[in-house]
Design a protein around this ligand. Structure first.
Ligand SMILES: [Zn+2]
Length: 217
């Protein structure tokens, strides 16, 4: 069934690809889909054809979900997490330790730390990492409100959980310099995660060991 479907999709693509160009609404959707990470021309065309064949309800549900996402979600004013309430669930939680902050590159990394079920502090999302070749300097990251949280004196420890990549390490080094002040512990997660890896893909045991084995900077 799956194979048949793939084959008919393939025929569709060949048929449409043979035409000099797609009809304008199709070309427009393909162009938008190609902007998604990891989606090339071929995948974008497959998604667009799938949407074209799906029911009107399914297509509307997809479009509606995209619009709702943009309308309802924003960044937490405290930690920059993506949220529908401000402050977010972590920052407004009475049971989380608000004096320990785990710094991550992206909001999706929070899930990697949460799945260990052993971290009870809060977060700070940088929305990127320092990468001179991609034109990302510290000024492009959301660091100001992290420094403010620390300066307010409500923080005992900052755990730097940026990825073990060149960019993540550069970001951790930069932040440890910025955060150095009396009475504040600044730690870096251990390197149980393979160098060059992404904490998003670490399994919960590896991630837990990385947090438990964190070292003072
Ligand atoms: Zn928050």
């Amino acid at each position: 069934m799956r194979g048949q479907r793939a084959e008919s999709e393939h025929k569709d693509l060949k048929h449409w690809g043979a035409m000099s160009r797609f009809a304008q609404p199709m070309a427009r959707l393909i162009d938008e889909l190609k902007k998604l990470p990891g989606v090339g021309t071929k995948s974008a065309q497959r998604f667009a054809f799938h949407i074209l064949r799906s029911s009107e309800e399914d297509a509307a549900a997809l479009a509606n979900a995209v619009l709702t996402l943009r309308a309802k979600l924003r960044l937490c004013s405290v930690c920059n997490n993506i949220t529908d309430i401000d402050p977010c669930v972590y920052c407004s939680s009475a049971t989380r330790n608000q004096r320990v902050i785990c710094v991550v590159e992206e909001a999706t990394n929070i899930a990697a730390v949460e799945k260990t079920r052993h971290y009870n502090g809060v977060y700070h999302v940088l929305h990127g990492s320092i990468s001179p070749i991609h034109g990302m300097g510290p000024e492009q990251l959301r660091i100001d409100n992290l420094l403010k949280r620390v300066e307010d004196g409500q923080v005992d420890e900052v755990i730097l959980a940026t990825n073990p990549t060149v960019e993540g390490e550069a970001t951790a080094t930069y932040l440890s310099g910025q955060l150095r002040r009396a009475g504040l512990r600044v730690t870096r997660i251990a390197t149980g995660i393979p160098a060059g890896g992404d904490i998003e893909y670490a399994d919960e045991v590896t991630m837990l060991k990385a947090i438990e084995g964190r070292r003072e900077l």
